[in-house]
Design a protein around this ligand. Structure first.
Ligand code: ARG
Length: 460
């Protein structure tokens, strides 16, 4: 039975009903709708719309319903109710009879759905924070174990300067920490309670909305009823947090796909996160990582879709807003899956330290060291940069590395060069030199790992 039959003489066309109904996706709000309803029943008691006994009956029935929903959420999908709010109300009436019909006093589905969705966002936000934390823990663990694994660092996808695998892990850790902080920020901002805003103009019952907000663990009640029922900023904020985090995951995925390629051969992913080709028996494809990279687009799509939907919508509630849920659910589910899958990709990963070291030695990745060496001998950096550029051309012509040039050959480029130059051209020296905060020197990386571990411990 629909919630609004009285004004109508004709039943809805079944095609319209299918088009209009939201139960097939908003059934996910069942628990939140019930929790919100319990809080509302207490608010109604406080203004004497319900007696103590009635409220207790409603609360008991709602709690029973909640237990049943938690045990079997799919049961909801077997109903032809219009949406989750109608479903819960109908279930309640089935259980307590006419008393169930009192619950909607002073409430609208507009403040109800706004409240349900915020409660859901809050719960899902916590789940996502946990997933982010698990991934952060993984990154620190891999960093810890790979402080001496040299990795070529790239700019423009050209070997630039050597780094370590640990330093690379900690770069992504920084991104995931920012994602966490952005998510916490969004969760804090959405933590205001719309319930008691009615359809748009507020409720006609003198409910203490601050108390109601507190009973649902919100920080405060929303301040304006028009805004409260039509605000979906939190939906867009969460999707934008998800989008930025997916962007980070896609960059990590792309780095690993490249490291895993035949050309690089830096890592080998475990069998557990790769798949084979139906035709080429030799293939072991990085599907998990490619899917993470690919799914990033779909999360952006959900955000863009929602922005388009809300753009220029007049106040207050419009049915357009029912379109908020599917994209949000999909975006946050996808983000969660990708966080988990990224962490999984580090399980059983093999890092070929000899290959990465070999690659880091190639491509004149120590050219900056030679320039710094010349600077230490009193040559202005700009001039040193030019001299080394010429030296690199010379080494390329000879088909060798800078450190493979003889002292005489090196001296042709600058007479200040001495025997001690060779010590500065080693990988170890390249790394050690980057000793300022945030750099790749072994001391700095060890310090960064320790600090990261400490931040993780504080999160717990
Ligand atoms: N299913 C609706 C939604 O998700 C609930 C709110 C309905 N409100 C209304 N005035 N029709 O937005």
């Amino acid at each position: 039975m629909a919630l609004w039959g009285g004004r109508f003489t004709q039943a809805a066309d079944t095609r319209f009903k299918d088009f209009n109904d939201s139960l097939r996706f908003d059934y996910r709000l069942a628990e939140q709708d019930i929790i919100g309803s319990v809080a509302w029943s207490k608010a109604l008691l406080s203004v004497n719309v319900l007696t103590q006994d009635e409220q207790q009956q409603l609360e008991a029935a709602l709690n029973e319903l909640k237990a049943s929903v938690v045990a079997d959420p799919e049961q909801i999908l077997r109903s032809d109710a219009e949406d989750i709010h109608s479903w819960v109300e109908q279930q309640l009436i089935d259980r307590v009879g006419d008393l169930g019909k009192k619950l909607h006093t002073g409430r609208s589905r507009n403040d109800q759905v706004a409240t349900d969705l915020k409660l859901w966002c809050r719960a899902q936000g916590e789940v996502l924070l946990d997933a982010l934390q698990r991934l952060q823990t993984k990154m620190v663990e891999v960093a810890q174990a790979n402080q001496t694994t040299v990795l070529p660092g790239y700019t423009h996808l050209q070997r630039a300067q050597p780094v370590t695998f640990a330093h690379w892990c900690l770069a992504y850790l920084e991104m995931f920490e920012r994602d966490s902080s952005r998510l916490q920020d969004a969760l804090q901002r959405l933590n205001t309670c719309p319930l008691g805003s009615g359809a748009l103009a507020g409720t006609a019952y003198a409910i203490d909305r601050e108390r109601l907000a507190q009973s649902l663990d919100f920080q405060r009640a929303t301040r304006n009823s028009l805004d409260a029922v039509s605000d979906r900023d939190h939906v867009m904020e969460l999707m934008s947090v998800a989008s930025i985090s997916m962007l980070h995951l896609s960059r990590l995925a792309e780095d690993l796909i490249f490291y895993n390629s035949g050309e690089a051969g830096f890592i080998e992913l475990a069998d557990t996160v790769t798949s084979g080709s139906s035709l080429m028996p030799q293939k072991k494809n990085p599907d998990a990582l490619e899917l993470i990279r690919g799914k990033t687009g779909r999360v952006y799509g959900a955000l863009a879709g929602m922005m388009m939907t809300v753009k220029a919508l007049p106040l207050a509630y419009n049915k357009d807003m029912q379109e908020d849920k599917e994209g949000l659910f999909d975006a946050l589910d996808t983000w969660y899956d990708c966080l988990e899958m990224t962490a999984l990709c580090f399980e059983g990963i093999q890092i070929n330290g000899e290959r990465t070291l070999e690659a880091a030695k190639q491509g004149y990745a120590n050219a900056t060291e030679l320039a710094d060496y010349l600077v230490a001998k009193g040559i202005p950096f700009r001039e040193a940069h030019h001299i080394v550029g010429v030296a690199v051309v010379g080494a390329i012509a000879k088909g060798c590395a800078l450190e493979e040039l003889s002292l005489d050959e090196l001296r042709e480029f600058s007479s200040v060069i001495d025997e001690d130059v060779y010590g500065t051209l080693t990988i170890d020296s390249c790394l050690k030199q980057r000793c300022a905060l945030g750099g790749v020197s072994p001391e700095q990386v060890a310090y960064a790992v320790k600090q990261a571990q400490q931040r993780l411990d504080e999160q717990d």
